[in-house]
Design a protein around this ligand. Structure first.
Ligand SMILES: Cc1ncc(COP(=O)(O)O)c(C=O)c1O
Length: 413
């Protein structure tokens, strides 16, 4: 007889994996392998962009790099990250405001795992699928902020801090991806300034996930520009080498926070993480070389701005509603009435393509499958142009148009 597992029965993989396994079963290959169209995937091009900087090819490892790393991060990398923000955004953070993690997710996970019980998370109804798993597994309490056609999938800042019905002891912590995954909506300029001012009010904080910091026409958008007193705040900014620095495989991310909050996170590292790989941190420090980053910001803005615009136009022309904002590398799309993203995906699989269903981005859905739950986003999907080379544009559009036309005709019959 099979013994019952000691580990949680409530630990499914992030929503997208189900799609990836279904894709493999249908198409016979893993998504991302040659001959597939990775529109469901959230990674950037990892090759040099036109006009962009070269990506370092190696990293020197000495006997010192075989020591245990410092719990809070390599001094060289912490310096480089602090300078990265201070030089571009005019902030004055110090290396003691930087905590290094093995990628963006572990940093976000750690912040949420150590939230006090009286802190309530506020999260948009449409957000990055992993947040739902992280909030569930860390035992956070959260409330969902409406994302609708009426508010343009971009609710006002104040909605995240609405205290109606709360008692005095509850503190609020919005978790926002900015630019947003999957919507591309971005809070910048005065709107971002207002968001940060609200987050610095007593009883408030924020976890602003800036994984897509460089994917915006302004070449960079970060709340740090507007933070007045980081060390006396519960502002947490998440960053990573994953997207703009084109290096998801090196697994380097970080949290910018008050010195006190960084100390707590580094205490966690001392018993729960053991620091982060030195070779990876040294590679990240090379990536952050200021001239390289300046060149990368230009090239990313040009390449991804061009892709956002032309895919958006082509999607609108084939009858999809485009609800995308002006940042990131995703389109947030709505199918014509009567069609749903689940069936669209099954049809795309046969052509070696897949999208991310809006359902997976629904933060109000139950964590475990519940067939009785109806998501308001079943006719929505995310199209990623992150990993797509310019040369695949025509064929991507031709495949999607053909599948959509066939699906429409089948429904009309
Ligand atoms: C919103 C968001 N935050 C953070 C990350 C960073 O993830 P990681 O660095 O762990 O790959 C991603 C990557 O998909 C993301 O989409």
């Amino acid at each position: 007889m099979q013994r019952s597992s000691f580990l949680s029965d409530d630990c499914p993989p992030m929503g997208i994996y189900e799609t990836l396994y279904a894709f493999r079963d249908s198409f016979g290959k893993f998504m991302g392998s040659p001959g597939t169209h990775p529109w469901s995937q959230g990674f950037p091009l990892t090759t040099q962009l036109t006009g962009g900087p070269e990506l370092p090819g190696s990293v020197a490892v000495t006997w010192e790099d075989r020591f245990y790393p410092k719990a809070w991060g390599h001094p060289l990398l912490r310096d480089a990250i602090a300078a990265h923000y201070n030089n571009f955004y005019g902030s004055r953070i110090t290396p003691e405001n930087v905590m290094v993690f093995a990628g963006g997710r572990p940093g976000i996970y750690a912040v949420l795992a150590f939230l006090k019980k009286h802190v309530e998370v506020r999260i948009g109804n449409v957000e990055w699928p992993a947040y739902l798993d992280i909030l569930t597994q860390t035992g956070c309490s959260w409330r969902v902020v409406p994302f609708t056609r009426e508010n343009g999938f971009h609710p006002a800042n104040a909605t995240y801090f609405d205290r109606s019905g709360l008692n005095a002891k509850t503190h609020l912590m919005p978790v926002i991806s900015n630019p947003g995954n999957p919507t591309g909506h971005t809070r910048a300029g005065a709107e971002l300034e207002e968001l940060i001012a609200m987050a610095e009010q007593p009883k408030n904080g924020i976890l602003l996930d800036e994984a897509y910091e460089m994917f915006h026409a302004t070449k960079g958008v970060s709340g740090i520009r507007y933070v007045k007193d980081l060390d006396n705040s519960n502002v947490f900014l998440a960053g990573a080498c994953t997207k703009g620095l084109q290096s998801p495989g090196i697994r380097i991310g970080w949290i910018i926070a008050s010195k006190k909050n960084v100390e707590t996170l580094s205490n966690f590292s001392s018993f729960g993480m053991g620091g982060v790989s030195h070779p990876s941190q040294l590679y990240a420090a090379q990536l952050l070389e200021p001239k390289r980053v300046a060149q990368a910001r230009d090239a990313l803005t040009r390449h991804y701005g061009m892709q956002r615009e032309r895919y958006g136009k082509a999607f609108a022309a084939m009858g999809l509603k485009v609800h995308t904002g002006d940042g990131g590398f995703y389109h947030w799309l709505e199918l014509p009435a009567g069609l749903n993203a689940d069936e669209l995906n099954r049809r795309l699989f046969k052509h070696g393509a897949a999208i991310l269903k809006g359902f997976d981005c629904d933060m109000a859905r139950p964590h475990q499958k519940d067939p009785s739950y109806r998501s308001p986003y079943e006719s929505f999907f995310r199209f990623s142009f992150g990993p797509l080379l310019p040369a695949t544009f025509e064929s991507d559009i031709a495949i999607l148009r053909q599948v959509l036309d066939e699906y429409r005709a089948a429904v009309a019959r």
